[in-house]
Design a protein around this ligand. Structure first.
Ligand code: HEM
Length: 600
């Protein structure tokens, strides 16, 4: 049945006719084969909710916590005095300092994993659009193109008053209106291609049929190929234009079915892809009678569960605070099952959830340190030169160096200081100047997010009319900066507020960021029928199997599928220290997967 993406109902003949006239049936509908309540979790996400079978599938529309706030024609909202809000680049340079500060407790792996996890539920179609299709927003042609929303650089910009750069190319976020599924005069609905549930869409892909390209259909395995350096990678497309930074002819590796994005998540995706095969191989040894399908879906089920176990129980407690997460019902304090499922809650993702993850741009350390397999420092390499540069992983020891660096190098600071490469050249060799912070702030306006104080009110149930009402959530110095830049509290952008706000007690992120993440995670836990901790889902784990999943840590994953990782600290999101020393991968301190509970 063809379901209308927007309504989540079977498309009627009038709708289909309109879509056919516009030549966009394929993008505005999802083809859902009849659901079987007991089937394995589908790769395209359909049939997650049996009442609304297309919800949870790729291209499920996003939802909003607060109403849209735009000027007419989806232009940014106005300031309280009726004028334009301050330029995003001006606000970024005034509210975030540019410089290098390290977080002394955490490793670079934190940024790699958090970005990898956002890639599961969020696609990178918007940057691809302005990098490959609409590249002229800073030229006269861009002035007449509604899709162009370039970043204007103020004349007295601290960096570009010297460089002569006065504009950065950027486009409007794409929506169901962009693709003609909704009329232009209707409320903006963001289009996202990934499924809105955590199901490793970034590893297994998500569009119908794509999975058939990566499966071998033998023993549950995915296709995998050795590169020039002998290491194993998913299928490559040497002609792809996405890997623009590949140094050809030597560097040819470029993922054909997976995304070639920033280097950290790129590596994590490769590791989870390989991990699928390791799991399938072991399952096959344990249960030689299982057929290909059973091995494939069981391995995927375990792989997804591991990715979530690490996110929820290892990483988020560090970032958001373990006690906070227990109090808010996001993690459980015992090892057993839990079941928060409610079939009346549709598996949908809020726009706010993906958006506030952008705050983590401030923690990105961009001088990647390369270490060899024995832990000797080799060199530093600019992280931004590695985006769209998958080819570097297939030659020399780069994959080894970056993997080793991920758990040996410190993370960037959790503060209001952004690494200069993120604020000036985040898109490395693609675009001359990219201030990702300014992009983040500008995008918030083109998504039509309500001002920061509305979110603050949503989270605290208090009212904020005057700047002084905010004094409990900001240091006086940070509040003063906001007052310098914004005329009224209601002018403060969501991202502007996050950049200045105090951290949640017990955690390392701004209070409102915490609140908006938790809001979505609650929905995710209640709306994903296949959530790994549930005892009553199709092909649920047994108690022993769930216990085995709960033991796995990111260190265990790196030991198992990382190239030449032979020793690592047990808590790999934390730096190596006397309390968290390097140990051999064979040590019982490393949380490895034991698949014996799957033997029949
Ligand atoms: C700490 C790790 C990071 C996290 C959690 C993160 C998160 C995000 C998220 C959620 C988006 C929004 C995507 C969308 O909805 O369209 C985004 C956009 C973006 N990120 Fe990151 N990111 C991280 C690191 C990086 C790095 C290392 C780079 C560059 C090398 C980068 C460059 C960008 C760019 C260029 C955009 C698009 C900006 C736009 O078009 O508005 N990010 N990031």
């Amino acid at each position: 049945v063809l379901y209308d993406c927007i309504s989540g109902q079977p498309a009627n003949s009038t709708q289909l006719r309109i879509y056919a006239e516009r030549n966009n049936i394929e993008v505005c509908t999802v083809d859902v084969k009849p659901c079987d309540p007991e089937e394995w979790q589908r790769v395209d996400g359909s049939c997650n909710n049996l009442k609304y079978p297309s919800r949870g599938a790729f291209r499920t529309p996003t939802i909003r916590l607060l109403p849209l706030d735009f000027s007419p024609n989806y232009e940014p909202r106005k300031a309280c005095d009726g004028g334009d809000l301050e330029l995003p680049r001006k606000l970024r340079t005034e509210l975030l300092c540019s410089g290098k500060v390290s977080e002394m407790k955490l490793t670079q792996l934190v940024s790699y994993y958090i970005l990898f996890s956002t890639g599961d539920i969020n696609s990178i179609h918007d940057p691809l659009n302005y990098l490959f299709n609409i590249t002229y927003c800073c030229t006269p042609k861009g002035k007449d193109d509604y899709r162009c929303t370039p970043i204007k650089v103020p004349v007295h910009d601290p960096v570009h008053r010297f460089s002569g750069i006065s504009c950065m190319n950027l486009t409007r976020p794409q929506s169901f209106q962009t693709y003609g599924c909704l009329d232009n005069n209707t409320d903006f609905v963001r289009i996202v291609f990934q499924t809105p549930i955590y199901d490793l869409s970034n590893v297994y892909n998500f569009e119908q049929g794509f999975i058939n390209h990566i499966r071998t259909f033998k023993n549950g395995l995915l296709k995998i190929y050795p590169a020039e350096n002998g290491l194993l990678f998913p299928e490559t497309d040497p002609e792809s234009i996405i890997c623009k930074l590949n140094q050809r002819p030597r560097e040819t590796l470029c993922h054909k079915y997976l995304s070639n994005n920033a280097i950290g998540p790129n590596i994590m995706t490769i590791l989870f892809y390989r991990q699928h095969n390791k799991i399938a191989e072991e399952l096959h040894k344990l249960n030689p009678s299982w057929n290909d399908d059973r091995l494939f879906f069981t391995a995927r089920n375990i792989n997804i569960a591991i990715s979530l176990q690490i996110l929820l129980y290892e990483l988020l407690p560090i970032l958001l605070g373990r006690k906070n997460l227990i109090k808010d019902g996001i993690i459980s304090c015992d090892e057993g099952f839990r079941d928060l499922y409610d079939e009346n809650i549709e598996p949908l993702m809020t726009d706010e959830y993906a958006y506030v993850h952008r705050w983590f741009h401030v923690i990105q350390e961009t001088s990647m340190k390369f270490y060899d397999k024995d832990g000797y420092f080799v060199k530093t390499y600019p992280l931004v030169n590695a985006t769209g540069h998958t080819g570097m992983l297939g030659v020399d020891d780069n994959m080894v160096y970056i993997t080793q660096g991920s758990f040996r190098q410190q993370s960037g600071g959790f503060d209001f200081i952004i690494d200069p490469d993120m604020s000036e050249r985040a898109l490395g060799g693609f675009q001359l100047a990219t201030d990702v912070g300014a992009f983040d702030l500008a995008k918030g306006r083109y998504f039509g997010f309500s001002p920061y104080i509305k979110y603050k009110e949503f989270c605290t149930k208090k009212s904020y009319k005057k700047f002084s009402d905010l004094k409990d959530s900001f240091s006086s110095e940070r509040l003063y900066r906001l007052m310098e830049e914004y005329k009224c509290p209601s002018d403060i952008d969501l991202m502007g507020g996050l950049w200045a706000e105090n951290f949640v007690k017990g955690g390392m992120v701004p209070e409102t960021l915490y609140c908006l993440l938790v809001e979505q995670l609650r929905r995710t836990l209640a709306s994903d029928r296949y959530w790994y901790e549930r005892p009553n889902r199709p092909h649920a784990f047994t108690e022993d199997q769930l216990k085995a999943i709960r033991k796995v840590t990111i260190a265990g994953v790196l030991c198992w599928v990382g190239d030449h990782v032979t020793e690592i600290q047990p808590k790999a999101f934390y730096i190596i220290s006397a309390k968290n020393p390097l140990v051999k991968c064979s040590s019982s301190k490393i949380g490895k997967l034991d698949l014996s509970a799957w033997k029949e």
